[in-house]
Design a protein around this ligand. Structure first.
Ligand SMILES: [Zn+2]
Length: 343
């Protein structure tokens, strides 16, 4: 089974939908989200192919805008995209609309100020977010052209705009689509998911002004609903401890555990652990050093849709030497980060 570019893997939704400790209503909602997700991923794969073909014939030499437009739409619990435009999302009385607008603005600023990137495509692309997607929809996703967010069922998950790392996770799928263009299966799929988790966590740390030792390194800590929290679940994933029981989707953290065909949301635990280990060894702010290396490895040399984890690891080693020349601490931290996960 494949799952694509949503924050919650379909496999996890299906597993939870069979967990009889949840109510019948909750389980039905989880199964329905999984069904919609399967169709949405086909749309996303098509968008990736269009991006690839159009980038090949017309490289974006001209910026669309100096600073991207940040637009928010509401689906009003329907599933037609993008939905109705919100004219002044920054002053909306709807907290979900406000979350989507404010956090997306911050993610745009994060990419612009920290990495010098102008929006998702690097050329000022308009950023579109649709909120209140579906009824009790238990996911958030990048569909190849825009972000969309469900309200959650209020039991296992709550409002998906509530976790700022989730919003940066989804937008980073767009950045990957416009840089390495990684396919969403096998090792490049795991790398694709990991980019989103790494930048999502980094954004959360940047926003909070946290150095690596103070960060929680969790993904989705603020979208866990009360029924899941009662079972001791505190997040979707944990970059510091991918296999922890407090993760709703625990992951492997060593390349020896990788199996071809593995869902990218699981195999991403391997490069996630390498980033976490390197960033912790370097210390201070993740976005100043480790983040710059990862960003440059991701965006610095064009598309590489079938990149293996080892190839990405080696690229970060090369980039570390290029942008931090003569810095043995940084070179060693990146090298050891990957060695720690068997790459
Ligand atoms: Zn994702």
């Amino acid at each position: 089974m494949c799952t694509y570019c949503n924050i919650v893997p379909i496999e996890v939704l299906l597993r939870l939908s069979e967990d009889t400790s949840y109510s019948a209503d909750v389980r039905r909602g989880l199964a329905e989200t999984a069904l919609v997700d399967d169709q949405l991923r086909k749309l996303r794969e098509q968008a990736r192919k269009v991006t690839r073909a159009s980038a090949a014939v017309a490289p974006s030499l001209v910026a669309l805008a100096a600073s991207p437009v940040n637009s928010v739409f509401t689906c009003n619990n329907a599933t037609t995209l993008p939905g109705l435009p919100i004219s002044s999302p920054q002053t909306s009385p709807d907290q979900t609309v406000k979350n989507a607008f404010d956090t997306t603005s911050d993610v745009i600023a994060f990419y612009q100020q920290v990495f010098g990137r102008n929006s998702i495509d690097g050329s000022g692309m308009t950023v579109i977010s649709s909120v209140h997607y579906g009824v009790n929809y238990n996911n958030a996703r990048w569909n190849g052209q825009q972000m969309l967010y469900g309200d959650g069922d209020g039991a296992v998950f709550v409002d998906f705009t509530g976790s700022n790392d989730v919003i940066c996770h989804e937008m980073t799928h767009g950045v990957t689509q416009h840089s390495l263009q990684l396919v969403y299966i096998n090792e490049p799929g795991g790398l694709n998911e990991s980019m989103s988790d790494v930048f999502g966590s980094m954004f959360r740390q940047w926003k909070a002004g946290q150095a690596v030792g103070a960060a929680d390194w969790l993904i989705g800590g603020d979208i866990i609903g009360p029924a899941a929290a009662r079972k001791g679940i505190t997040c979707l994933r944990d970059l510091a401890n991918p296999a922890a029981a407090h993760c709703i989707a625990a992951q492997p953290s060593h390349y020896s555990q990788y199996v071809p065909g593995m869902d990218p949301h699981f195999s991403s635990g391997i490069p996630n652990t390498a980033f976490y280990t390197a960033a912790m060894a370097i210390g201070a702010n993740s976005w100043d050093t480790a983040g710059q290396i990862w960003y440059s490895a991701m965006t610095g040399s064009g598309a590489s849709p079938n990149m293996s984890m080892k190839k990405f690891a080696d690229r970060t080693r090369q980039v570390a030497a290029q942008i931090f020349p003569g810095n043995a601490v940084v070179a060693n931290a990146v090298d050891q980060g990957w060695i720690h996960v068997g790459l």
